[in-house]
Design a protein. Sequence first.
Length: 253
Amino acid sequence: MPSKPDFVHSVWTRPPRARSGQPTLSREQIVRAAIELLDAEGTTGLSMRRLGTRLDAGATSLYWHVANKDELLELAVDEVMGEVYVPEPGDAPWRVGVSVVATGMRATMLRHPWMIAQLGTKPTLGPNAMRLGDRLIGLLTHAGFSGMPLAFVSSLVNAHAIGSATTEAAALASIARAGLPVTEMYQHLEPYLEQMAPDHPHFDQWRRENPYSDLDPRKQWDEGFAFGLDRILDGLEHWLAADKPATPAPESA
């Protein structure tokens, strides 16, 4: 029988191992400590040895719950997915509900930027991920989406949140490494921008009309995300209305 591909080798799909005795730590304690390490240092800072040292526990307590770092990352991703709130269908207009989910996803990824690179590497089958997915399906079904288009809508909204968070997290990391205010970083680029201006007149005009001295990156990122999300929802709302069959006119007596 052929072996399973790596993608389906998951902490959620493997059968539980038979073990004797009782662990000194709970899985919740281990995952919470792993998330603290990941938030501070990223995936490169997480190892079973370092986690054991942080918890003042031997490897036996860790391996009781997880076989390796990959399984630990799966548990950590599902734990932080529990931070995303999905409104109940009917509690608010569907656009508001979807906006809450997308904004929550982006905020969660920015709090835990290590999570971004983990998405798609393993099936997200943990209890928090399944709860999020199930409630989002309920929200979209209540709005009138169905079949595969419902999955496409979910993917589209998630892609906007992930794309926004990916760019922003990378920029924030670069700013932190530079140790300089954003306006000062742009000052270092000014000579190059002036040099290239004659070859790029449209960009140069726009740049001069929107000076970097007025730039607030976090405000700009927030507004850009909200603008993009609103335009996505505008399109979906239009498509949803156009896709619904017209209500037949009542027959005349």
